[in-house]
Design a binder for this molecule. Structure first.
Ligand code: GLU
Length: 453
C-alpha cells in the first residue's frame, strides 16, 4: 500500500507551494487507495512555533485534506535519532569530528581560493576519533560511484559522489540534522513515496545513502518543479498569499483553490474543472509537468468565479454571511440578488462589497449624473408611470420596453443614469432585475430622492 507524507517545518504559514505539495501528496495517496501522513519537522526550536503548527493544520483542514493518522512531531524523537546516529557511528557508517570553527573556515577559504566548491574535505574521516559529547558525527559518504534514483516526475537523476561531503548527522549540541532525521522518519513511518519540492533533490541523494546504511527499503521519489511568479521569478509574498488561510479570509472557496492548485503543474486532457472527489480517483504523478508552473491570480479568480456560480443561492447566502456578516436573507429577493452578483464576482467578499446598495440607499445627486437637465422631466414621468404597475418581473420588463418606445429612447439613455440612481454604481445587474429586487417603494424613493436633490 502506498503511504505518503507531507513534512512541513512549522516556521511559517502554509503558502501556495507548500499547499500544492500537500495536495499532490494527498491525492496520490488517495488515488492509490493509500495513506496520507503528516510530519511536523519542528526540530529547529527557535524558529518552530505552535502558532504555525495550528495554522498549517487549519489550512489542511480548510483544503479538505484528511490525515490517516495523528501528526508526527519530529521534536519528540530527538533523543531516539541521536541514539541512532551514535549507533551508525559504532557500526562505522559515521565518524566523530572535532574540527574547530577555525579549521573549517580555513578549509573553506583555501577551497574558494582554488576555485573549488567549499565542502568538508574528510580530514577526520580515517582518524578513528572516539566520540564524546560536544563533537559532531559525520556521515561517511561513499567516495566512489554516483548516487542516483529515478524520479517519478523528472526521470533519472544521478550525481557523482565526489560532489558530496561527509555531512553532519549529529550536531555538537547533540541535535540530529534534517537529512538524518527525515531519512529515519521516512523509514519509521514506512513511507513508500516521498513527494516534495525540487529544492530537495540533493537532500534526496543524501537521504538515500542514509536509508541504505539503515537497511531501509528506499522509497520512490517525486520532486515537484517550482511554482514561479507570473514574472518568472521566485514566488514572493507579494504574488501568492503567504498564508493559504488568507484566501479563505478574502472569500475564496476551498474547492476553487484546490482546483486551481492542482492545475499548477498537473493536467488531464483538456479538462479544467475537477471536484476533489474526482481528483482522488484520477490523480497520477505521470501527468505532472516536469517544468515549473506559474502562479496566476487571474486564473485563480476565474476558478473562484466558476465555483461561486456552482453554488445554490442558499449556499451563497450562508457563505457570504459567514465570511463578511452581510446577510442577504435580510432583504427582499435576497436569493435572486446574490445569484446575480455572483455572476460577475471573483470572491464572496466581492459579492458583499458589490451589494451595498441592496442594504442602504445610495445618495445620488442629479447633477452628478451629467445628463441633460430636461431628462429630469423624463425620469419624473418614468417614476409616475412606474408607480402604477404591479412589480412583477415580466410586467417591469414590458413597462420599460413600452416606455422607451413611447419616448423614442435608446435603452442606455434611460438605463445608464437609472442604474446609477438605483445603485450609485455604473456596473450592476439589469434594470428590471434591480427594480424587482429593490421593490416598488425603494425604487420610487431612490428616483425621487435623486430628482429632488
Ligand atoms: N521540512 C521540509 C520543508 O519544509 C520538507 C522536507 C521533506 O518533505 O522531506 O521544506
Amino acid at each position: 500500500m502506498e503511504i505518503t507524507r507531507f513534512a512541513p517545518s512549522p516556521t511559517g504559514h502554509l503558502h501556495i507551494g507548500g499547499a500544492r505539495t500537500a495536495l499532490f501528496s494527498y491525492l496520490f495517496a488517495k488515488a492509490n487507495k493509500g495513506k496520507f501522513l503528516l510530519r511536523f519537522e519542528d526540530t529547529d526550536q527557535e524558529r518552530s512555533k505552535d502558532e504555525y503548527v495550528d495554522s498549517i493544520l487549519n489550512s489542511l483542514n480548510w483544503m479538505q485534506i484528511k490525515l490517516d493518522a495523528e501528526p508526527v512531531y519530529q521534536s519528540k524523537k530527538i533523543s531516539k535519532h541521536k541514539e541512532l546516529a551514535i549507533e551508525l557511528y559504532k557500526k562505522g557508517f559515521a565518524y566523530a569530528c572535532d574540527c574547530s570553527e577555525e579549521t573549517l573556515s580555513k578549509m573553506r577559504e583555501e577551497q574558494i581560493a582554488k576555485k573549488q566548491k567549499p565542502k568538508y574535505n574528510g580530514l577526520n574521516r580515517n582518524k578513528n576519533i572516539e566520540f564524546a559529547e560536544g563533537m559532531v558525527l559525520r556521515f561517511k559518504f561513499p567516495l566512489e560511484g554516483e548516487s542516483k534514483f529515478k524520479d517519478l516526475i523528472l526521470g533519472d537523476i544521478a550525481i557523482n559522489n565526489k560532489e558530496f561531503d561527509d555531512f553532519i548527522i549529529l550536531r555538537s549540541d547533540g541535535s540530529p540534522t534534517y537529512n538524518f532525521s527525515a531519512a529515519v522518519d521516512d523509514k519509521d513511518m514506512k513511507i513508500t513515496t516521498v513527494i516534495r519540492g525540487d529544492d530537495h533533490i540533493t537532500n534526496t541523494l543524501k537521504q538515500i545513502n542514509v536509508l541504505e546504511v539503515l537497511g531501509a527499503t528506499i522509497p520512490k521519489y517525486a520532486h515537484l518543479p517550482m511554482v514561479l511568479a507570473e514574472s518568472g521569478k521566485r514566488l514572493s509574498k507579494r504574488d501568492g498569499a503567504e498564508d493559504i488561510l488568507d484566501y479563505k479570509k478574502k472569500g475564496y472557496l476551498s474547492d476553487a483553490l484546490i482546483n486551481y492548485l492542482v492545475r499548477l503543474g498537473w493536467s488531464y486532457g483538456e479538462e479544467e474543472i475537477f471536484s476533489l472527489e474526482k481528483l482522488q480517483k484520477i490523480f497520477d504523478l505521470s501527468d505532472v509537468n516536469s517544468s515549473p508552473s506559474k502562479y496566476s491570480q487571474d486564473l485563480l479568480n476565474w476558478y473562484n468565479n466558476k465555483y461561486l456560480n456552482f453554488l445554490s443561492a442558499e449556499e451563497l447566502v450562508l457563505n457570504v454571511k459567514e465570511n463578511t456578516e452581510i446577510d442577504f436573507s435580510e432583504i427582499n429577493n435576497g436569493n435572486l440578488a446574490i445569484s446575480l452578483l455572483a455572476k460577475g464576482a471573483n470572491s464572496l467578499n466581492q459579492i458583499a462589497e458589490d451589494s451595498i446598495y441592496f442594504f442602504e440607499d445610495p445618495q445620488v445627486n442629479f447633477d452628478a449624473l451629467k445628463i441633460d437637465m430636461n431628462k429630469k422631466i423624463l425620469f419624473s414621468e418614468f417614476r409616475k408611470k412606474l408607480k402604477e404597475i404591479d412589480f412583477e418581473k415580466n410586467l417591469i420588463e414590458k413597462f420599460i420596453k413600452e416606455f422607451l418606445q413611447a419616448n423614442d429612447l435608446k435603452f442606455p439613455e434611460l438605463g445608464k443614469p437609472l442604474r446609477v440612481i438605483l445603485t450609485g454604481k455604473e456596473n450592476a445587474p439589469s434594470i428590471s432585475d434591480l427594480l424587482f429586487i429593490l421593490g416598488k417603494e425603494t425604487s420610487l424613493k431612490r428616483i425621487e430622492y435623486t430628482l429632488n436633490d
